[in-house]
Design a protein around this ligand. Structure first.
Ligand code: GLU
Length: 485
């Protein structure tokens, strides 16, 4: 039971593979709730119906559970303020939007996507930040009624003050001031009757009695819109806390192009969830050297949101390796260690599936490590010579690897059939034989040109590991490409 009244939430959008950034924000909220004796809630934000899928939702829940995070309310466990999935709450939002319009704070907009695109193009050409120009702001009530009655598609937008600025105090950033001029007349209700993220987010935080909103700093610029929606509805906003984004060592935004960002990548490589949480939790505490290895409960004790680590959230894989190594070596008993190794190898059926594929190719068991070791290895140490043996030129190999990498991202459900179908389609598009396209992939994925069947191996390894292996392969092949004349 809540003792403090503190209620926080993680509100992932199920539009892709669960990201370490989601685990980072979820951990902050979890520790915040624990520290204050409050509740940690999970809400699925799937207002973007074209990109959200039930499979990704399941993956988000599984990944956060793998991290060891537990929520007291959510789509899987229910709770007093459910449903906890926005697509199941559709009818709840309309009265709030109606109220905003009735009070003159919102308006119907009939602009077509073509008109909006032309408007934005003209603004961009003039060097201006694209934003809605107020075309439908002053339509007469009669015109609006007639056009709606005639079935003309429309959205509802919010009005924005024409002068001054929005001032608020962020729990992490401190005082923030954003001029209203920089804020767009945000769409609140889409033409299909679904609310936008902004509308649903505010209404749900209100209805779910959320007291503190802690999320990534990419949402800081949206706070003026949110504060305005709260005001328009006569509601008190929660406390906002925007966490600095995790960055690569070169300070660039953490993205899968540079570093693996999927939680599943780290679980596949044999990082312990405790170690990943420990590593992420160090961003939220000030701790003396030598005392960095902490359980999630110990992190909660040390946690002080007023005093976040000043070092910035650099996703330093070497540090994660160090934390993980210490967990494996020092925090697990001999028995625990053995148990966790088996658990890891059996996860995603990697060992079982690998054995199944190996059986028809084996003459003694001792060949197994060579035959299927690549399914368990964290690093293949690719040898450029293995690529040099393939018939295609290094330039062609590079072209194949660089084409395959982004195209594989288009696969919705990653499995043997979808991987095979996509690779066949890629070969067609490139006008190459399938065997030419898969030759460098064999080496990239398994480290050798003779190994287990490729599509099955890719399915077993998972998208995140395959992505990283293709990236490393492209780097290796690039060393074979001669200097340009
Ligand atoms: N659905 C948003 C996201 O996935 C949540 C933002 C928020 O916490 O308000 O980033």
């Amino acid at each position: 039971m809540t003792t403090s009244g503190v209620r926080v939430r993680i509100a992932p959008s199920p539009t892709g593979e669960p990201h370490v950034g989601t685990a980072y924000v979820a951990l902050f909220n979890y520790l915040f709730a624990k520290k204050h004796g409050g509740e940690f809630i999970l809400r699925i934000e799937d207002t973007d119906a074209t990109r959200s899928t039930p499979e990704f939702e399941q993956k988000v829940l599984d990944a956060l559970k793998w991290c060891g995070l537990k929520w007291s309310e959510g789509p899987d466990v229910g709770g007093p303020y459910g449903p906890y999935r926005q697509s199941d709450r559709k009818d709840l939002y309309k009265p709030f939007v109606d109220k905003i319009v009735a009070n003159g704070h919102g308006f119907h907009c009939f602009c077509t996507p073509e008109r909006l695109e032309e408007m934005r193009a003209a603004q961009r050409a003039a060097g201006k930040q694209p934003k809605y120009d107020g075309h439908c702001l002053n339509l007469s009530a009669e015109e609006v009624t007639t056009r709606i009655a005639s079935g003309e598609p429309n959205v509802v937008r919010m009005k924005i003050p024409t002068e001054g600025s929005c001032k608020f105090v962020d729990g992490v950033y401190g005082p923030v001031e954003i001029p209203w001029d920089a804020v767009d007349m945000q769409v609140l209700l889409k033409a299909d009757g679904m609310p936008t993220y902004h509308m649903a987010n505010v209404v749900d935080d209100h209805l779910m009695k959320i007291t503190h909103v802690a999320r990534g700093e990419e949402w800081l610029a949206s706070v003026p819109k949110h504060i305005l929606i709260y005001q328009y509805l006569g509601l008190e906003p929660p406390v906002f806390m925007h966490l600095s984004l995790m960055r690569n060592a070169d300070k660039s935004k953490l993205s899968k192009r540079k570093n693996p960002t999927s939680i599943s990548y780290y679980s596949a490589l044999g990082y312990l969830p405790e170690a990943l949480m420990n590593f992420l939790g160090l961003f939220f505490i000030q701790i003396a050297e030598g005392e960095e290895i902490l359980t999630i409960d110990e992190l909660a004790t040390q946690f002080d949101p007023e005093n976040l680590s000043k070092a910035g959230a650099i996703f330093d894989i070497q540090k994660l390796d160090w934390v993980n190594g210490r967990w494996l070596r020092e925090k697990l008993s001999e028995e625990d260690f053995q148990h966790r190794v088996l658990q890891w190898a059996l996860e995603n059926d990697r060992l079982r599936e690998g054995l199944k594929l190996s059986q028809s190719r084996i003459s003694k068991l001792g060949e197994l490590p060579d035959l299927m070791g690549f399914l368990l290895k964290s690093d293949l140490h690719l040898d450029p010579a293995a690529f040099a043996k393939i018939k295609s030129t290094p330039e062609e190999l590079l072209e194949i690897l660089n084409t395959v990498q982004p195209d594989l991202e288009k696969i919705l459900e990653w499995n043997v059939e979808s991987v095979e179908a996509e690779l066949r389609a890629i070969a067609d598009r490139m006008g190459k034989k399938l065997k030419v396209v898969v030759a460098p992939l064999f080496v990239a994925v398994s480290g050798s040109s003779r190994s287990l069947p490729l599509f099955d191996s890719m399915a077993i390894l998972g998208r995140a590991v395959v992505r990283q292996r293709l990236k490393l392969a492209a780097q290796t092949v690039a060393t074979l490409v001669g200097p340009k004349n």
